[in-house]
Design a protein around this ligand. Structure first.
Ligand code: NAG
Ligand code: NAG
Length: 336
């Protein structure tokens, strides 16, 4: 068997933080962080994680969920991003882009459906941070976002696009690929690593975190400033949007025809992601306190088969069609 390090191009194999798949939980216009209580929220999200997810989420989510689409069975957190749509260049109709699991999936993770890959990194991809600095897990009720649908600055390290072709992920770009990708479009969103130690949220859902948007979370973040002294795990999401069936409708020379569910611009600005903590008890802290979790090795942390995780479901509370050919984006999101 090929080693994981070989598959990932990393050497040697090391243990540093968590990386695991989560299947899709639901695709709906819901956003308990930015628009709590809104039924529906403004635009469609691709949501993974625990089944306590609903339009308004307060308190200890980790104590409430009864199943999760994530491989780590104690993780009832929710992770979501805007959904990608194809906009037909000839007639302006929209079609939801399918999501496929990020490859490689390891450690009994066959059976993942769509979804995204989540990272909780302690230092970087090859070292933990235990000798340098304690990593403090998030508290019940904690939430944060990165990016914003109204963000117009596309140049943000940590929010990136890659054009998948064969085995290659291609270079990281701040914009949507401008030519068709035979393996789909890969998006990454990194969250900041420093917390103010007091607030579970803030009015903009970002200022309780130190803005480390200039660092790529797969590298160790700089030291935390006095204003945000608490070092938290570096959370990142990776998603593969299977754009391949639309490649034939993207004629040579036409601009990139993919848009986010809030429309946005093909220059990639506006990409964003939301995180809502929901690990059971001290399970995330235990994982961060030891160099025991990485890829398919995870010591004391309980894992489940992805075929089981994928069965976790929640009801459709926003009853509307979000897939198939649509004359407008759900929510009639105005064209920017
Ligand atoms: C969400 O779930 C919580 C906890 O079960 C419940 O109290 C609340 O009413 C629900 N909110 C909505 C909008 O369904
Ligand atoms: C727009 O084009 C797509 C792709 O050819 C087609 O499937 C869809 O039905 C068209 N929509 C309308 C409203 O004509």
């Amino acid at each position: 068997m090929k080693s994981i390090a070989t598959l990932l191009g990393l050497a040697p194999l090391v243990h540093a933080g968590l990386r695991f798949p989560c299947s899709t939980l639901t695709v709906q216009r819901l956003d308990p962080v930015v628009e709590p209580g809104a039924l529906p929220a403004a635009h469609v999200h691709h949501i993974v994680g625990g089944n306590a997810f609903n339009a308004s989420m307060e308190g200890d989510v980790g104590a409430r969920f009864t199943c999760t689409t994530c491989q780590m069975a104690d993780d009832g957190s929710n992770y979501w991003t805007a959904h990608l749509y194809f906009k037909d260049p000839d007639n302006g109709s929209y079609h939801r882009v399918p999501v496929i699991p990020v490859q490689p999936l390891l450690g009994g993770s066959q059976g993942a459906k769509g979804g995204l890959t989540v990272y909780y990194t302690q230092f970087d991809l090859s070292k933990d941070n235990l000798a340098q600095q304690k990593i403090t897990a998030f508290k019940p009720g904690f939430r944060m976002t990165v990016g914003s649908p109204s963000e117009t600055n596309k140049a943000r390290t940590g929010l990136s696009y890659q054009c998948l072709n064969g085995q290659s992920r291609g270079r990281e770009m701040s914009t949507f690929p401008t030519t068709p990708c035979t393996g789909g479009i890969f998006t990454t969103q990194h969250f900041p690593a420093c917390w103010d130690g007091k607030n579970l949220d803030s009015p903009d859902h970002q200022s309780h975190m130190y803005n480390t948007k200039n660092s790529n979370g797969f590298l160790n973040a700089p030291a935390c400033p006095a204003s945000h002294p608490v070092r938290v795990p570096q959370v990142a999401y990776e998603t593969v949007w299977d754009t391949t069936k639309f490649n034939g409708l993207w004629k040579s020379g036409q601009p990139n025809p993919f848009v986010w569910s809030f429309e946005g611009k093909a220059d990639g600005s506006g990409t964003h992601a939301d995180y809502l903590f929901g690990w059971k008890g001290d399970s995330l802290q235990r994982a961060m306190d030891k160099s025991e979790c990485f890829y398919d090795g995870c010591g004391a942390i309980t894992k489940q088969q992805m075929s089981v995780a994928s069965q976790c479901q929640i009801p459709e509370t926003v009853k509307e069609v979000t897939d198939g050919w649509l004359a407008h984006l759900p929510g009639r999101v105005p064209v920017a």
